[in-house]
Write a protein that binds this ligand. Sequence first.
Ligand code: GDP
Length: 308
Amino acid sequence: GLFNIADNAEDLVSRPPVVTIMGHVDHGKTSLLDAIRNANVVSGEAGGITQHIGAYQVEKNGNKITFIDTPGHAAFTAMRARGAQATDIAILVVAADDSVMPQTIESISHAKAAGVPIIVAINKIDKHDADPQKVRSELLRHEVFVESMGGEVLDVEVSATKGTNLDKLLEAILLQAEILDLKANPDRTAEGVVIEAQLDKGRGPVATVLVQTGTLMPGDILVAGNEWGRVRALVNDRGVQIKEAPPAMPVEVLGLQGTPQAGDRFAVVNNEARAREITEYRQRLAREKAVAKHAGQRGSLEQMMSQL
Ligand code: GDP
């Protein structure tokens, strides 16, 4: 197949964790993503202002962390439905004044189904009616056992709006990453997943991809879902053109011939002929599927009519 060429253990090196933020609506997912991003912009750096490309990286004590910048589990489930597991760690945001809510419970089951470890961010601790202890005991009922309750799930009390304990949260993520011992081989052709993609007026099709193994470089011939292209440029989350994207780095890819879908897997192939062959085959399959679906609908309509 196109994917998962086995790597030798000695070629594997540590890579940054990829983190998704989940939780109930209004519990502060967007605020937390923004607060972490803004707290880690290095002033004076070229292109210091971060761009919203669907994912970003921050650095803590010399270690990088990649955040998927689309809050909620919509993106997470869309990717999983397409067989792409992009997340290593799920941050479960629970507002300390509202505690466990329906989408909190949904998020827990999504993370558990995916086998992704949870870190609990108990948010809004600045509020006068914040009750973090209530959050911990309610989580217990959904089989999320935080450390102070005798479990192994890390939890951190934060305030996204006041910026409280964001460092502690990043430290918890790095600790969890160490336990997971995440590795990848940077010295091979790149593979990964499409985080988001759109047709940009000036730049043509632009896909934000997350490299999961290998190193992506300009000039690479990339197949993503039903689309392919020769990488014309790679742009990082600061809007800066880069020469290579190693494992766990999110980058915008310019040069695709069409727009792939979020959750599509991508891989670099040897030559354009191969890329064309694969994508033409996939596009034909997609068309046949659509025709079959249409015929199926017509068939059942005819059956319905004949029964009248
Ligand atoms: P999301 O729906 O989970 O993305 O939640 P948002 O990030 O949009 O936050 C919902 C509301 O809660 C907004 O009005 C935020 O300003 C507010 N909020 C988020 N985090 C905090 C916090 O730590 N403290 C307080 N007091 N308000 C917060």
